[in-house]
Design a protein around this ligand. Structure first.
Ligand SMILES: Nc1ncnc2c1ncn2[C@@H]1O[C@H](COP(=O)(O)OP(=O)(O)O)[C@@H](O)[C@H]1O
Ligand SMILES: [Mg+2]
Length: 347
């Protein structure tokens, strides 16, 4: 239902040309859910905006339900866009309009009769469970509620495709989970084809059927979710799944450690945690080396049904020989540890 062929996008200003997308092609079926991931500047937002021609691609075509958007005139494109809803990281609500008026806007612009608009808006607000806030203003709502208004507005024309740019990045973890649950529920109920950009692996896990990895504007892989989580095909995909990336360790620390292989006076270690007592075992082992100083620089541990899994990163300071001895002790205890490398200056 969504077919993208040879999509390219170059931004041109007075002096500069930025090639943001290079020859991107993929297809999605109705109700399929695609996550677009990649490092900052990889072209994710550009790709998403090219799908509804919010940004005009410089090459290639976008086809939705057999209609080639890239060859439509202005009027036809406006109509075709009704089939494509969009939500934004910072919600993009109009502050001088009430919630009801925000959701009504796309319908007003399309010239839908007043009585019909009011009915439709009520049912949309009910759907996102905000009917009681209909006459409030965006400033009176929490972040999660504002994003729900954004979702209601995006659904105004009963679209077949919903585009989401970092829909939960501006929300705290708990609120984000509610918004994800709502997107999950609505996309299934309404049979929506969902395309979302995110840097949050949680969102990918929760919603994606397929993962597209962008790297320097090019599609480096397009992989079904289970296969992606088990073993990404591309180097860019693997980078996104490294424990360090998931723990959001400071980039400079990881980069420096990766440049200096082996053990030094400050060594970055990453432990794979696969049982509930793993972390206490690690610390008990480390306490046997009082000469070592340890900073916890990152942890990402999840407990599900009494079982802990994840990873733990420690920056261990001391004599390299002692650090080496401790690492050997971990290995003897079959505690999985990776020596990421060492850094010269402490974190
Ligand atoms: N409106 C614009 N004008 C010029 N360059 C842009 C514009 N928008 C994005 N870019 C550039 O295009 C590249 C891709 O940007 P973007 O699609 O926003 O990436 P992402 O969403 O993955 O962070 C970046 O180098 C960015 O600086
Ligand atoms: Mg972006």
């Amino acid at each position: 239902m969504l077919r993208v062929q040879g999509l390219g996008c170059t931004y041109t200003s007075d002096r500069q040309r930025v090639v943001a997308l290079r020859d991107v092609s993929f297809e999605l079926r109705q109700a399929e859910r695609l996550a677009i991931v990649g490092e900052s500047g990889a072209g994710k937002s550009t790709l998403l905006r090219c799908l509804n021609l919010l940004v005009r691609p410089t090459h290639g075509s976008v086809e939705v339900d057999g209609q080639v958007l890239t060859s439509l005139g202005h009027k036809e494109l406006t109509l075709a866009r009704h089939h494509i809803g969009m939500i934004f990281q910072h919600f993009a609500l109009l502050h001088r309009r009430t919630i009801r008026e925000n959701v009504a806007l796309p319908l007003e612009l399309a010239g839908v009769p007043r009585a019909k608009i009011s009915q439709r808006v009520d049912s949309l607000l009910e759907r996102v469970r905000l009917l009681d806030k209909a006459d409030a203003y965006p400033a009176q709502l929490s972040g999660g509620q504002r994003q729900r208004v954004g979702i209601a507005r995006a659904l105004a024309h009963s679209p077949r495709v919903l585009l989401c740019d970092e829909p939960t990045s501006a929300l705290d973890a708990e609120t984000a989970r509610h918004v994800v649950a709502l997107l999950d529920e609505l996309s299934k109920e309404l049979n929506l084809t969902l395309v979302f950009v995110t840097h949050q692996l949680e969102l990918v896990r929760a919603l994606a059927d397929v993962v597209a990895v962008l790297d320097g504007g090019a599609l480096s892989e397009l992989t079904p979710i289970t296969q992606f989580l088990a073993q990404p095909r591309s180097a860019a995909g693997r980078r996104l799944l490294t424990p360090e990336a998931q723990m959001k360790l400071p980039h400079h620390l990881v980069d420096e450690a990766r440049r200096h292989a082996g053990v030094g006076p400050s060594t970055l270690l990453t432990f794979a945690i696969s049982s509930t007592d793993a972390t206490s075992t690690i610390f008990q082992m480390l306490f046997r080396y009082p000469q070592l100083h340890v900073d916890v620089v990152g942890a990402n541990i999840e407990s599900t049904r009494g079982h802990s899994t994840g990873s733990l990163s420690l920056l261990v300071h001391g004599a390299p020989a002692v650090i080496q001895e401790a690492i050997a002790a971990f290995e003897q205890q079959t505690i999985p540890v990776e020596v990421v490398g060492h850094v010269r200056s402490a974190a």
